[in-house]
Design a protein around this ligand. Structure first.
Ligand code: MG
Length: 237
């Protein structure tokens, strides 16, 4: 049985045994794609801050499929590598990427909405754990989850965001494991794009299935431990 089906099966069986099945989901680059946000910001950058027709032409030819971790990488691959441009772009990007207004560009990973719904329909509890920070991104995140159709307003989910932009992602996520355990249920599975976070989840929830989604991760990420599964899509067969 494919790992996604196995997880759904385990959710059903855990619920039938009277325990609360908990499934943990990261948002960015797991349930939600960040490429549309990168592309929107890059288009604004060439329109407002870097008036160079040759760069604008390159940007006009980009699609969401061109983006991975770093907003500037698609430009570098096309020979646009001026250090001044990339420094200005990173500053421009940093002021916008972590802002609720830009989360309107969010799109769901293929099959992600249907998979989270399937977890909840089987009696599972969806725990959205994200390093998006509450003051600047909380409202936009709630609006985005609802707009995209993820379970949210049904009492079968919760959303935990980082209290402050300056907190480190890894310590924040690690500390959240205690809150997840405090639900008193059984952690069935976790989904993440970052191998480092997955390795920590495996340490604290060894009986759960841990699943890495896709190929986007931070440049200094450690290798995922061999027990960690990998999927390219949330679509059920
Ligand atoms: Mg992520």
């Amino acid at each position: 049985m494919a790992i996604l089906d196995e997880i759904l099966d385990r959710v059903s069986r855990t619920r039938a045994s009277g325990r609360l099945p908990v499934v943990v989901f990261d948002l960015d680059s797991t349930l939600i794609e960040t490429a549309p946000r990168h592309l929107a910001i890059l288009r604004e950058f060439v329109a407002e801050a870097w008036p160079d027709p040759s760069v604008a032409e390159v940007v006009a030819g980009l699609t969401t499929a061109d983006f991975g971790w770093a907003v500037g990488a698609p430009l570098r691959r096309r020979g646009v590598d001026s250090p001044e441009l990339h420094e200005a772009l990173i500053r421009f990007w940093f002021e916008r990427f972590f802002d609720s207004d830009y989360l309107r560009h969010d799109t769901a990973a293929p099959g992600a909405v249907e998979f989270v719904r399937a977890v909840v329909e089987r009696g599972g509890f969806a725990y959205y754990l994200t390093a998006r920070h509450l003051p600047e991104m909380g409202l936009g995140t709630v609006q985005s989850l609802i707009k995209l159709g993820f379970p949210y307003l049904d009492g079968c989910s919760t959303l935990q965001l980082k209290p402050s932009k300056s907190d480190g992602d890894a310590p924040f996520k690690r500390a959240a494991h205690a809150a997840i355990a405090a639900l008193g249920g059984e952690v069935i599975a976790t989904f993440e794009n970052e191998p480092g976070h997955l390795n920590a989840l495996l340490d604290d929830f060894p009986a759960a299935a841990h699943v890495r989604y896709g190929h986007v991760h931070s440049p200094d990420a450690p290798a995922p431990r061999p027990e960690i599964h990998h999927i390219e899509s949330f679509r059920l067969a």
